[in-house]
Design a protein around this ligand. Sequence first.
Ligand code: GDP
Length: 700
Amino acid sequence: ESNSSEPPREVRNILMNIDHNETLRLPSIVVIGSQSSGKSSVLEAIVGHEFLPKGSNMVTRRPIELTLIHTPKSKEEYGEFPQLGLGKMHDFSHVQQTLRDLNLAVPESECVSNKPIELRIYSPNVPDLTLIDLPGYIQVTNRNQPETLKDKIVELCEQYIREPNIILAVCAADVDLANSEALKSSRKIDPLGLRTIGVITKMDLVEPETGAAILRNTDYPLHLGYIGVVCKPPANRNNQKNITSALIQHEDQFFRSNYVYSQRGIQVGTGTLRRKLMEVLEENMAKSLFSIVGAVQLELEEARYQFKVQYNDRRITAESYVAETIDSIKHNFKDFAHSFGKPQVRHEVRTMLEQRVLDLCAELYWTDSKVVDLPKVSADDLYWHYKLDMSSAALTKSGIGRTSTQLVVDVLMANMEKLASMEPLNNHPDTSSKVLNFSNEILRHKFHTTADQVENCVKPYKYEVECSEQEWADGVKRSITLLEKELESCDKALHHIRNTIGKKKLRAAIKYVLDAEKEEAKRKDTGDSNNESNTHAIPPSALISSINDIMEGDVEHNRLHFNPKVLEKAREAIFLRDRSMILKYRLAALKSRQCKSPDNKQYCPEAFLNMVAEKLTYTAVMFIQVELLNEFFFQFPREVDNRLIYDLDRKQILSFAKENPHIRKHLELQERKRKLEEVMEKLNYLVRRQRDIEGRKGPT
Ligand code: GDP
């Protein structure tokens, strides 16, 4: 729809896109006039349609920025409110109603608002013009309007009639020009009348000689002159949609019937007005052109300089950024996948099962007071055979499938979270959570089959675990390492307590705790036997007093020397000391000849359980690798393609790229530079054309 013969509108649109820079403004025509001066009628005559709301009340409460767009190739005529998005309006009474509504939406108390209504009219019958219709000047304020309204309107109009705008001052012929508010205002801002066109309406209401005198412009001269019009359409025009032809015919007849109007130096008629407006606008555009070219040139140079300095003239696109980002997500993932294979999974599962073995040994063996004598018991002692079966079952039947799979899923998700929080995903929170969501989804999808597979494959171990000499020897070695590590951490913890509390104090506290425990045990014994039989030798009263002695006497007194925290530490130290001692015993046993053969497994439960754990680890890892890891590593990059970039539209791509602040800045500067270059090109064209026009004018 762009019309190459009229670039100003395009330039105007582009300038508006760049920013609202005061220097980058093209001239518009601003229409001012008193109420009832015929302002609306003139505008409608130019447009060729009745579209302005009328009424006795003041109806224009907001400026209307009216852009007329000449569409020579199309018969279609319609209005459009770009701010409202209501689409094309072919019925101009609909435009009229919309304008009325928009005006009435301004609260009564405010009366006028300086927020302009944008209206575009497309038609083959309009010239390319930008007109601004302002609220009419009022002489008398009525009862409901605030006193300040008059000033408010004057102020609003003055705001619009500044340079480089052209002022269309509408005055009625039957009102003395000396009283014209429009001329008063324009003279204030444009005292030499260089930018003002006088439009004298209602020429039919004055005698031809009077009318001609006004148009000759001797009293209030204007550089651009006065144009007389008659904008009252004849009464019998109902059948005509387009009011222009009827109006012009009527007007033509009027001016032709009076010879004075055809004298030299007198301008009359709506057609003349239109031509004049276009001419003046173009001329002023040419004048403003020079300063605009300068301003745009400056801005363009600045944008180019910044682009060079900041980005070394490197052009980017949102699309290429998206592609790079996706590549780098996949690349990071690949790196991770390479670093997380079977050995890493095995390490994770083994560490978990070893911890479980330790817990089982502690629970079932090391806290059993009989374990000290274990190396010496008979080989047929059922107690220890039974205990070994129990602990083996506790290990194999603990739901290895679920726990090992869950463990690996957790490790994978932790890594995915790391991936999601680093470059490039750290700039894209939504995408980041999408990645985590579908990672989770893939893993969840695979979880049950994997867990079930593992569980199925460890099933035989629930009944029997056989082992070779080598496997046994490995088990012994592993268990020794494990116990040595445990012993080391026990000793370390003990050391730490000793250091924080002090050797002596700790020893005293330990002694105190042990004594108190002994007393407690004794007391319990007495208490229990008392409960068991009421016929105890000690009379109840004596018993009570002896208990009171214990409670309030020495014990209570001593307790004051240790705060509860120290006692707590002492208890911990006792535990660690006992644990350390038993570990030393067990290590000695594991290193003894007795544990050299799997036949003596009941004497070496730690080695046996470690051997079982190793077998479980092996089996679990094998299936986790196949069912979970491989699937995940295969599926993830495909989901990246499917869920992150598939069917992204241009807008989404752009907003994704702009989530990255660096890219955003880069793209915006690049875009600004491009727009300025485009404007510059159009301006250069206008400058050339202007030179051509002036060149043609020159010789005459
Ligand atoms: P506005 O308040 O300045 O917009 O004035 P309008 O355009 O609404 O016109 C005010 C009144 O003057 C209306 O009744 C019009 O019909 C009438 N009017 C406008 N132009 C002419 C004209 O050229 N001749 C005559 N006789 N009446 C006109």
